[in-house]
Structure formats: structure tokens, C-alpha cells
Write a protein that binds this ligand. Structure first.
Ligand SMILES: [Zn+2]
Length: 284
């Protein structure tokens, strides 16, 4: 609306003694697109998603030292609050930065698999959740996120794993926006992938967040056959000591002609869907 017209309306509203709430607290910037930002946090994962309805989702926050990068990234995008924050699993390269995000933003819902860890990063996360008077909603396959305009359902973890297999506990989210689909896999490895395939849940995704930074124990052919990704994104640090991603894993994607992006080479990777078409922007 033109400023002059707004002023006239406001003036008449005042005269009539009516209070217009121009920007209600729940007002959200509705757009045509869903955007997923794979933030470059070196070795680790940090993902920010804005739905077309204006809901903000965070999946992991990188290592502890990277929390600031994530918060600054969100501030730059003028994120106001976070509707859904997901910790895929308690490993430090995923959960470490989340306390900083929780301390910087009002968060409405926190989701995490029902497995604990003894590290300081995990304790700090729990403390930050408590500070906001939130209770963690446990993730298992079948749990759905109550968000408008998208269908979002966890497809993993399908079951409880030994505590020593933290990666297989990873919360795996499948997000569908109109005709486009995304799969965010945390660090899920072969065992969890096999259980997801056997669960018969739909795993197909245009965009796959590659499991466990491209390690050779993730992205099995069995799993990829179900996902059939057109695009894949790997959150990985340059010259990391783990040798991620491995050539063995990268080769498994050839069958599907997947275009692979990686944060060590491309920096921040931003994937936008208008509901039917996907476009990808990278920093480098
Ligand atoms: Zn990891």
C-alpha cells in the first residue's frame, strides 16, 4: 500500500477511535518459495529452512565455535523467531552451536531423538532448552511437524539403536513442498538407512542432505535407490581429518546423475523451490 494511503487510513482510524494493528505479532512474510540454506560451518551441519508460509526451521548448528556463524547468518536474513529447531543427534558437530541459536532466538518447538550424550556440548544444549522453558519432543519415524503449506514427517530413526551408534539415532526429516521434496538425514548410517528402506516409508527426494558428511558408511546404494536425488548437499570442512567425503560414496551418486554441492568447495549453498522447480545458489 502507498504510504500516503496508509496515513489516511491511520488518520481516519484514529478519528473513528479504532486501533489498527498493522503488524500483528504472528504476521509472517508469506512468499512463493521454500528456501533451504546449507550454512558453511566447516566440518559439521547447520541448515536453515524458511517455508513459503514464513515458518523458520533449524536443523543442527555446527560445532560449538560455529554457533556464532549460524546466528549471524540468521540475523542477516532477519529471522525473527524459530518455529522448529531440530537436533539430529548429540554429536558436537551438529548440536554444538544450537545452544547459541537457542540463546539468541525465541524457539517454539525443539525436536531431538531420545538419546543422550555425556559431552559438554550436549549439556549446554539441554541447559539452553531449559532456559526457554521448553521440553524436547522426542523424534521417531512417523512424528509429523505441524506446519502450514508443507508436509514434514520424520522417517527416522525407525527404532532404538545401541547408545554407541549415535549416528544411527539421527532424526531424518522428509519435507515436501508441493511437487518438491527434501530429505535431511543427519549422520544416519547403513543400519538406519536399511531400517528406513524396510519401513516402506516414501524416501524419494529431489534434494538430499547427504548422511554423515559423505562418509563411506552412509549413502548406501540400497538407500539411494529409494531417494533418487537430483541434488545432494554435503556439509563438510576443507581438508578434514576424516577424509569426508569419500570417493567411494561420491561414486554411488553417479547412477542418478545427482548434482553434488559441498560446503568446503561451494561455501553456503542455498536451495530454493517454487513448488515445482529447484534452483541452487552457491557462494563459490
Ligand atoms: Zn557429523
Amino acid at each position: 500500500m502507498k504510504k500516503k494511503i496508509v496515513n489516511i487510513i491511520l488518520a481516519s482510524a484514529l478519528l473513528a477511535g479504532i486501533t489498527y494493528q498493522l503488524k500483528p505479532k504472528e504476521a509472517k512474510a508469506v512468499s512463493k518459495n521454500l528456501t533451504a540454506h546449507f550454512i558453511d560451518v566447516g566440518q559439521g551441519d547447520a541448515i536453515y529452512i524458511k517455508t513459503a508460509n514464513g515458518d523458520d526451521i533449524i536443523i543442527d548448528g555446527g560445532n560449538k565455535a560455529k554457533g556464532k556463524i549460524v546466528v549471524n547468518y540468521l540475523k542477516k536474513l532477519k529471522v525473527d523467531d524459530i518455529e522448529v529447531l531440530i537436533s539430529t543427534h548429540p554429536d558436537a558437530d551438529h548440536i554444538g552451536g544450537l545452544d547459541e541459536v537457542l540463546n539468541a532466538y525465541k524457539v517454539e518447538n525443539v525436536y531431538a531423538p531420545n538419546v543422550s550424550h555425556t559431552t559438554q556440548a550436549y549439556k549446554d544444549f539441554l541447559l539452553a532448552v531449559k532456559k526457554q522453558n521448553l521440553k524436547i519432543k522426542p523424534v521417531t519415524a512417523g512424528v509429523k511437524l505441524n506446519l502450514k503449506g508443507v508436509s514434514a514427517e520424520f522417517v527416522g530413526p525407525v527404532k532404538a539403536y545401541p547408545k554407541s551408534d549415535l549416528n544411527d539415532w539421527s532424526a531424518v526429516l522428509r519435507l515436501v513442498f508441493n511437487k518438491n521434496s527434501f530429505l535431511f538425514t543427519g549422520d544416519a548410517e547403513f543400519k538406519s538407512e536399511k531400517d528406513m528402506v524396510n519401513s516402506k516409508k516414501l524416501l524419494k527426494a529431489d534434494v538430499l542432505k547427504v548422511g554423515h558428511h559423505g562418509a563411506k558408511e552412509s549413502s548406501s546404494q540400497l538407500f539411494l535407490d529409494k531417494v533418487q536425488p537430483k541434488f545432494a548437499v554435503i556439509g563438510v570442512g576443507a581438508k578434514n581429518s576424516y577424509g569426508h567425503p569419500t570417493n567411494e560414496t561420491l561414486n554411488r551418486f553417479k547412477k542418478y546423475k545427482t548434482t553434488i554441492y559441498r560446503t568446503d568447495k561451494n561455501g553456503n549453498v542455498v536451495v530454493t523451490s517454487d513448488g515445482t522447480k529447484i534452483t541452487v545458489k552457491k557462494d563459490k
